[in-house]
Design a protein around this ligand. Structure first.
Ligand SMILES: [Zn+2]
Ligand SMILES: [Zn+2]
Length: 409
């Protein structure tokens, strides 16, 4: 099968880019990924299947890895949990082509991948306490069992991903797609579930006020979830690019520009009815603040610092998505008794009293007409055009890219 292999042998070096090209364009030219012909994945065990990719979204984490966009992150502990070579891609909608006798699916069925390589896929029974509680992203067994190390599809050398024609999946890793839901809707399940997890674990108070920082796939899905499930809450979304702004407004948010930050603070203070106090240096602080939760999908020192300045006392700053280590001015953390909450991916989530996988919530809310993310999937490319696909993301200010996917149909 055709696959984009990351970190393997036999990768052809690309044309070197002009030396004055932007940093990420240079990285795209030299990234250790390339298209290769590799052996088809096999049914790994009786409870596994093989899927044929229909659409595979490019996640922010894929982009960071392919474009080598981690600054000074060699000491990130995540390298303890992964193995190479890899075929990336975990935002997958696919058809079952072959199924083991107890895989729980039939050939021809359309599914969304639940990418977590937790106890079930690893053949570990009974499951660890995290898996037993539905916290798949906190599994204790990411380096154990019948698969090579990896936390989700794409970063274990045994569980190759959707940047390829075929991929393996365990019984617990396939969620059927209802007939009325299109591939283009279903491929957004993964970012939707990431945002759903962050919001349901730290929900806004009734009638509260929240900020969604960033308006890419996570910011857009977070805005949509807040509007659909928490209608009494006022939502401000910070959007950098015009296409993101249009989508956030369409989803019902009040939209703000991220730069300059002093102006953003002014506008958010006015929006939330807070008074800004001016220190000797640096950003003003809203005191008392009137924002209950900041859902930060960017996770940079600049966004964390601003989020903490604008929050109400005892407000929550939730960081979702994959970010690099950073430093920031953190005085308001203690002064306002803020809660800084990390949010990692998804698992079994509770929505309106019903507990099921976050991806299943997404598919059912779409089928019921309660979530409409039209406009979020902006670009599709064949696998061969992987460099233009990533280039579209690098240049998202001009291209209007929000979610980009490989289309193998
Ligand atoms: Zn993802
Ligand atoms: Zn586990």
């Amino acid at each position: 099968m055709k696959a984009l292999v990351f970190g393997g042998d036999g990768l052809l070096p690309a044309e070197p880019p002009p030396a004055d090209a932007p940093r990420l364009v240079r990285h795209l030219a030299t990234t250790p990924m390339g298209q290769q012909e590799v052996a088809d994945p096999a049914v790994l065990d009786d409870d596994w299947a093989v899927l044929r990719t229909r659409l595979c979204g490019i996640c922010g984490s894929d982009t960071k890895q392919v474009l080598m966009d981690f600054e000074d992150a060699a000491d990130s502990p995540m390298t303890a949990f992964i193995s190479f070579p890899q075929v990336l891609g975990h935002e997958v909608v696919a058809d079952v082509v072959e199924a083991g006798p107890v895989a729980g699916v039939e050939p021809g069925q359309r599914v969304v991948l639940n990418p977590w390589l937790s106890c079930g896929p690893r053949g570990i029974d009974p499951p660890c306490p995290a898996c037993a509680a539905g916290d798949l992203a906190m599994c204790w067994s990411f380096t154990e069992g019948r698969l090579s190390p990896g936390i989700h599809t794409g970063n274990s050398s045994d569980a190759t991903g959707g940047f390829a024609e075929l991929l393996p999946a365990h019984r617990q890793m396939m969620i059927p797609v209802p007939d009325g839901v299109t591939d283009e809707q279903a491929v957004l399940s993964d970012p939707f579930a990431v945002s759903l997890h962050a919001i349901t674990r730290t929900p806004p108070p009734e009638g509260g006020r929240v900020i969604v920082y960033g308006a890419g796939a996570l910011g857009s899905t977070a805005t949509a979830i807040l509007q659909a499930l928490y209608p009494s809450v006022q939502v401000a979304t910070v959007a950098r690019f015009p296409a993101q702004r249009v989508l956030a407004e369409h989803l019902g948010a009040t939209v703000f520009d991220p730069e300059p930050r002093e102006q953003l603070l002014d506008e958010l203070a006015a929006w939330s009815g807070a008074i800004l106090r001016t220190p000797w240096e640096g950003l003003p602080i809203a005191y008392p603040g009137h924002v209950d939760v900041v859902y930060d999908t960017v996770g940079s020192p600049q966004t964390v610092e601003l989020g903490m300045r604008i929050l109400a006392s005892r407000g929550s700053l939730v960081q979702l998505g994959v970010s690099s280590p950073a430093r920031f001015e953190w005085t308001p953390w203690y002064f306002k008794e803020l809660r800084l909450i990390g949010s990692n991916a998804f698992g079994v989530e509770e929505v309106e009293g019903v507990r099921k996988h976050g991806i299943a919530h997404h598919l059912d809310l779409v089928a019921a007409g309660r979530i409409d993310l039209t406009g979020l999937l902006t670009h599709r490319f064949p696998l061969e055009e992987w460099r233009p696909a990533f280039r579209t993301l690098i240049d998202q200010g001009e291209t209007g890219a929000i979610k980009v996917a490989f289309d193998l149909r």
